[in-house]
Design a protein around this ligand. Structure first.
Ligand SMILES: [Zn+2]
Ligand SMILES: [Zn+2]
Length: 253
């Protein structure tokens, strides 16, 4: 089992999860031409994708989904709320899921779980191949006890370190946007993500990827420092996913 990022951040998110012959795209907030270029960077073509799994209807997660789904005839898995809130949804390719019920996509078992975010019915996912489990958490303003339970004991974690609280507070965003980002349905700060790490079982982790970093209100250095402080050391498997460069394949073994 392995995973990679085409890009991560408010200008567009997309990750690929692979087990056996199954290649699942998680979100796609990038234009088609970028998707093709970045898939090629990973040695992939869009034809290889067997499913697109969507977290919520914000543009940085769905901006490229409809075109890609229609061009390559790929089913799109999403909650009924996300589908309802998405005006230009590729309805003919939509497969609705419950955010509480696991489902299978070829060699991958997909476990959705609900998160507090300012979208209609947002959820995040844990992907498993029967041996390893990779959890994803971006776009959440706060952490519930259920989220801590779901994300405990994973083999890899792709976790939002969106902003540094001081940088957000003193930065250029308008006041309403600052309130939204810092609010209980906004985005996880470095401190919130670090607090989550300290509260869950990280003993099995082979990869910790810091994702959805704000280019305005955070730096990779600060996010990495917060994560390594929470872990108590700075392992070489702690990395950031980048907006333009994404992240090369990371293997579980
Ligand atoms: Zn969002
Ligand atoms: Zn987002």
């Amino acid at each position: 089992m392995r995973f990679a990022y085409l890009g991560s951040g408010s200008r567009g998110n997309a990750a690929v999860i692979n087990a056996g012959e199954s290649y699942v795209l998680l979100d796609c907030g990038l234009p088609l031409v970028e998707v093709d270029v970045r898939l090629q960077r990973l040695g992939l073509k869009a034809e290889a994708l067997s499913a697109i799994v969507v977290t919520h209807e914000h543009g940085d997660h769905i901006g490229g989904v409809a075109r890609l789904a229609r061009r390559n005839q790929i089913p799109v898995w999403l909650t009924a709320g996300t589908l309802a809130a998405w005006k230009a949804a590729p309805s003919e390719w939509a497969r609705t899921i419950s955010p509480h019920r696991p489902f299978e996509l070829g060699a991958l078992r997909v476990e959705p779980y609900p998160v507090p975010h300012d979208a209609r019915e947002p959820c995040q996912y844990v992907f498993g191949d029967g041996r390893y489990r990779v959890g994803v958490l971006t776009d959440a303003g706060s952490v519930t006890p259920h989220m801590r339970e779901v994300l405990s004991g994973l083999d890899a974690l792709l976790l939002e370190f969106n902003h540094d609280q001081q940088m957000l507070l003193n930065g250029p965003y308008p006041r309403t946007l600052k309130t939204r980002v810092a609010g209980p349905k906004g985005h996880l700060s470095n401190a919130q993500a670090a607090e989550l790490l300290a509260a869950i079982d990280c003993t099995r982790l082979q990869h910790l990827v810091l994702t959805h970093l704000s280019e305005t209100n955070n730096t990779p250095e600060q996010a990495l420092a917060a994560a390594s402080a929470a872990l108590g050391h700075a392992p070489d498997w702690l990395v950031c996913a980048h907006q333009d460069d994404g992240l090369d394949w990371r293997e579980l073994n």
